[in-house]
Structure formats: structure tokens, C-alpha cells
Design a protein around this ligand. Structure first.
Ligand code: PA5
Length: 359
């Protein structure tokens, strides 16, 4: 099969990736260390008696909120919600911790939600690399975690997720996170070596997966409470890096609907490459469900692969799989001869909206 780029030729990878997405990805472990230091250095305390936590953001800046939400299932006694909208849900009040996240600091939905949180007198923490959000937080005297600019938001996941954990720890809403985070970063450093551009396809699981996805529609299936956000992330990364369609869903829910949709149209079903994201943290019955699901749909779709997240704790396993998906999507872009970095259609849409009068 013809590929635009040979993944084992470093000069071709470099030429196809002029804005250095692969390099940004390989820097993730270092980014995580820096993110921890920056967040720990910020003074955050509120007198509030918190009842719930809400992360507000969009796209690459919201996904950190979803990682936090899933992490919180195991570790946090307060509900954590993610808001991807101009408005906030009506429960938000002075007992809601609002984490306003925007990598650029200029996302209009997030700025609108920030203003609403202020009106509702919610304690707010802002996480951004600058823009309007940084300016407003400084002016309003709101705790601000500043991260470096110059990355694509989706390549800044260390910066957009780990500070949220630190904020919750500072406010005693999470405890004992340090060891888990250290193990996670160490795991990412090992994985970074195993799936980097220098490692040839025969030993590189990310390059192998990219080849499986090439000219197919990736369908990513994760698990509620463990890899649900990871599955969404894989889909988003394939969309934004590879500029390709992809879909995701989660078990056990998909066993109650999507699985039935694998009968027709046959010609499209053959084009699906299904990937199961698995970890030892999945419920034992869900482990069985994966096996049975594979038996049932195995002949109906183009292909099925299983990838396991390895690591010393659930956070490490979640991030190992995330990182694998990030690198896979960048290699897939390169196979298509597509530059993984720019997201022209998001920029176009934002520019068109900016030309309109404000509502
Ligand atoms: O990946 C992207 O570029 C987008 O999903 C952005 O993250 C999204 O448009 C929101 O922008 P920002 O992260 O700057 O708030």
C-alpha cells in the first residue's frame, strides 16, 4: 500500500512535520515536570466549603477536565463536572470550585463561562498561557497558573491536566497524589523511548497502529470510569492531528446499542478498524464483555486490535494509553502526507466568528 511517508525514514518524518509535533510529543514527560512545578508555586486558598467542582473549557483545554473527572471517581469525594459551553449549569454557586482552562486564553465560550462564574461568586482558578483569560484573572485577583505558550493545545496536555490535580490537592480536595504522578511521569518517559520516531516500525507499537488505521475509519472503544476519556482523546487526536474521521464509544454502554449497528451497510463496516483500549482497572465483567464483543463482531468489521495500558497505577495506565494514541495519530498524519500541527478548520471557524458582532 502506498504511503506518503516512510515512518522509518527520519528525514521524511522531519520534512512532513515542519512544526515539530513529534518533538512536542517526545517532550511530554519534561512538560509534566514543569507543569507540576508551576502549579505548586502558585498560592491558592479559599474560605469556601466546596460542594462540587466544575472545569470549564473547550477542545484540548477541556480534556484535562475529563481526565480529572475520571481520576476523581476513585479519589475525590466531590462530584467533578466538565462544562464545554458559554453558560454554566444552574447549580454553580459560591460553593463550586470553578477551574477555567484555556490554552490560548482567548476562547470565547470559556471567557463567557468565566464571567458567569464571577457573577455567581464561585471561587475560580485560571489555567492558561496568556490571552484575555490571564489578563482578566490578574485584574480580578483570581489565582492564575501560567503555562508556556507556543504549543498546540493538544500537545500541552501535561500543562492542561496536572495543575488541576495540584489545585485540588492544595485545597485538600485530593490527597496522596505525588507518588502516583511521579510513577506516571516515569512511565511516560519509558514509553517515550519505546514509541519515538527513532524506533523502527517492527518494534514501535504506535507506528504499527498508524499503519492499521491508514485508509480505514478508526473506531476506538474504551471503558466507563477507566479509559472513557482516553477513547475520546484518541478520536480527537486522530481528527486534529491526522485530519481524519474517527469515532469512539465506551463499554459497557456500547454493548446496549452500538454493537447492534454492525450489520449494515457491509461495505462501510469493512472499512472500520476497531481498537479496544484495555487496562487491568476495568471491571471484571467488562473484561469478559470485551472478549464476547470481539467474538460477536470480529467477522463484521475490517479489523480489531486490543491495546493494553501498562503502568504502576491507574493514572499511569490511563496516560500510557493516551500517549500511545497521541503518537499514533501523529504517525497516521505523516502516512497521509499531512502536517499534524495546523488545525486550519478550527482557525477558520474562530476567525469567521470573530468577524460577527457579539451576541
Ligand atoms: O486543539 C485545539 O486547538 C482546540 O481543540 C482548542 O483547544 C480549542 O479550540 C480551545 O482553544 P484553547 O485551548 O486555546 O482554549
Amino acid at each position: 500500500m502506498h504511503h506518503e511517508i516512510n515512518l522509518d525514514k527520519l528525514d521524511q518524518l522531519k520534512k512532513g512535520d515542519p512544526e515539530n509535533m513529534l518533538e512536542a510529543l517526545s517532550g511530554l514527560p519534561t512538560q509534566c515536570q514543569d507543569a507540576m512545578q508551576r502549579a505548586r508555586a502558585v498560592n491558592i486558598s479559599f474560605a469556601a466549603d466546596f460542594k462540587n467542582i466544575l472545569v470549564t473549557g473547550l477542545g484540548g483545554s477541556a480534556i484535562g477536565g475529563d481526565f480529572l473527572r475520571v481520576y476523581g471517581y476513585r479519589k475525590c469525594t466531590l462530584p467533578i463536572l466538565v462544562n464545554r459551553d458559554y453558560n454554566l449549569p444552574s447549580f454553580v454557586n459560591e460553593q463550586t470550585l470553578v477551574l477555567a482552562v484555556s490554552y490560548s486564553g482567548n476562547t470565547e465560550e470559556t471567557l463567557s463561562a468565566y464571567e458567569e462564574a464571577k457573577l455567581k461568586k464561585a471561587p475560580i482558578v485560571a489555567l492558561t498561557s496568556g490571552g484575555q483569560l490571564a489578563e482578566r484573572a490578574k485584574k480580578d485577583g483570581i489565582p492564575l497558573i501560567l503555562i508556556p505558550s507556543g504549543l498546540q493545545p493538544r500537545a500541552a496536555t501535561g500543562y492542561l491536566f496536572l495543575p488541576l490535580l495540584v489545585v485540588l490537592e492544595k485545597l485538600s480536595l485530593l490527597s496522596d497524589i505525588a507518588a502516583e504522578i511521579e510513577e506516571t511521569i516515569a512511565g511516560l518517559a519509558d514509553l517515550s523511548k519505546a514509541i519515538s520516531a527513532q524506533v523502527p516500525t517492527e518494534n514501535n507499537p504506535a507506528k504499527q497502529l498508524a499503519l492499521r488505521f491508514y485508509n480505514k475509519i478508526p473506531v476506538i472503544w474504551g471503558v466507563a470510569g477507566t479509559t472513557e476519556t482516553v477513547a475520546m482523546r484518541w478520536k480527537g487526536q486522530i481528527n486534529e492531528n491526522s485530519k481524519a474521521l474517527a469515532y469512539f464509544n465506551v463499554l459497557p454502554e456500547l454493548n446496549h446499542n452500538e454493537i447492534v449497528g454492525t450489520e449494515v451497510p457491509e461495505k462501510f463496516l469493512r472499512e472500520l478498524e476497531v481498537v479496544f483500549l484495555r487496562t487491568e482497572d476495568d471491571h471484571p465483567r467488562v473484561q469478559k464483555r470485551f472478549d464476547i464483543t470481539k467474538e460477536i463482531i470480529g467477522e463484521r468489521v475490517g479489523g480489531i486490535s486490543e491495546v493494553w495500558g501498562d503502568g504502576k497505577n491507574p493514572l499511569a495506565r490511563m496516560f500510557a494509553l493516551t500517549y500511545l494514541g497521541d503518537c499514533t495519530s501523529a504517525y497516521l498524519a505523516l502516512l497521509y502526507g499531512i502536517d499534524p500541527s495546523p488545525v486550519k478548520l478550527i482557525t477558520l471557524l474562530k476567525n469567521k466568528l470573530a468577524e460577527l458582532p457579539e451576541a
